[in-house]
Every structure is written in C-alpha cells, then in structure tokens.
Design a protein around this ligand. Sequence first.
Ligand code: AP5
Length: 231
Amino acid sequence: MDDAKRPQQLRLAVIFLGPPGAGKGTQAKKLAAKCGVPHLSTGDMFREHVMQDTELGRLAKPIMHAGGLVPDELVLGMVADRLKRQDCERGFVFDGFPRTLPQADQLGKILAEHGFGKPIVIHFVVDRDEILRRLTGRRMCRDCGAIYHQYSNPPRVPGICDNDGSTLYQRVDDSEEVIGPRLDAFFKQTEPLVKYYRDQGVLADIEAAGEVETVARSVRAAVAAAKSKAQ
Ligand code: AP5
C-alpha cells in the first residue's frame, strides 16, 4: 500500500469470521467482486504455497493436513507481504484471517498504520450438522478456485468445473478425521475473536445457514450498515 497515492474515499477492510465450512470463501468471493477489492484467503495462499512446494508450503502442509493452525509468525509474514500489493489500496475482504488474538492485534496495527480505521467484522453463525454437511460435500477447482457442493451447489457436469473444465478435487482436510481437529482449533483459538471484535463494536452476526443468495444479502446489508456508521 503506497500511502502517498492512497485514494481519499472510504476504504474497506472486511473480515469474515466463522467456523470451517460456514461459507466464508463462497461469500468473500461475491462481496470482493461486488466491491472491486481483492479476496484475501490465507487458506488459499497456503494451499498455493503447498502446490508450488515452497519452503512456506512445506512448513504449512503437515499442520494443515492435521487440522491445526499455522504458527502466527508465518501467517503474519505472508499477509504483510500480500498487503504491500497495489490492489489492496482500496481495501480487501479477509477470509480466514485473523484466526488468533495475536493475529488480530497485529492486523489492528497494520490497519492503523495505513489509515484504514477499524475493520468491519462479519461473524458467520451456523450449526455443527450444517458445517459437516457442507465440508464433506465440498469440491474445489484447483485452477480457478471455484467452490462447489455435491448437492447444494453442483457443477453442471459432475466433477468438472463450470468455468474452465478442470477436474474438481476434494480438499485433504475435508475428510471426517480432519474436520474434528479443525473445529477444535476454531473453538479454542479463533472463537475468542468474536468477543474481541464485539467489544470493539465492529462485529455483526449473520445467520449463515440459509441459501447462498440469502446469506449474500445479509452480508451486504451488514457491510452497508457498518459503512454508514463509520461515515
Ligand atoms: P481455510 O482454507 O481458511 O479453511 P477454513 O477456515 O477451515 O474454512 P473453509 O475454507 O473450510 O470454509 P468456508 O467457510 O470458506 O466455506 P466455503 O465457502 O468453502 O484454512 C485451511 C487451513 O489453512 C487451516 O486449517 C489452517 O491450517 C491454515 N490457515 C489458514 N489461515 C490461517 C490463519 N489465519 N492462521 C493459521 N492457520 C491458517 O463453503 C463450504 C461448502 O459449503 C462449499 O461446498 C460450499 O459450496 C457450501 N456452501 C457455502 N455456502 C452455502 C450455503 N449458504 N448453503 C449451502 N451450501 C453452502
């Protein structure tokens, strides 16, 4: 972010907070496209590193495949690098970051340094049965990152991406053995951020169990309300 060139309009720092499979990625892609800002998924960034077999990818891979959280210093270094890119000047939608209190504290400092003010935090509320249904049925495109669900959002041709014809795959961490540890990590390390941001008056709860378009409307309404409060 080049402070000298920063546009003066209100900039958007949105955080999607919620358990694995709550629909953060699905909704973050939509909101980011609508607002013309990048969708920053730390999970996607790590998966890219794993695919490229970088040093960071080699460190993150066993942790991700076991359902744990990658250490804060690795996450923060990767995020700080990403935020230096010019496309972040007008804002961004974070999906899966921050996930621990130290990550949230550090992000607060970065936002303040770059004149962003407080983030808008959208908290996805959804029950465990729906989480399990969503994660076990998820299929992804390795090439374009599109997210499908076998039953609730299937591709036109089973197993094939609508956008580019690539073969869809199932994430290693979407197996039933890894979903348990991922949920444990969420409740122990990430859920405390709900109180952290609620106490700052920047968190909006949204009911995430509905249809994709219903949830998208709730997200847009929550962001619009937060923006008008901030102006
Ligand atoms: P990450 O990729 O961030 O995974 P996650 O947070 O566990 O979230 P998911 O991607 O599983 O779910 P989602 O909420 O995005 O749901 P989606 O939209 O896909 O992280 C992976 C790993 O990387 C972590 O475990 C950790 O190891 C590491 N990591 C990443 N960030 C880190 C950080 N900050 N610190 C430390 N470690 C980090 O939807 C799920 C399914 O449901 C899809 O099939 C979708 O089609 C379907 N669906 C979505 N919405 C609806 C709806 N409304 N109705 C019906 N179906 C729906």
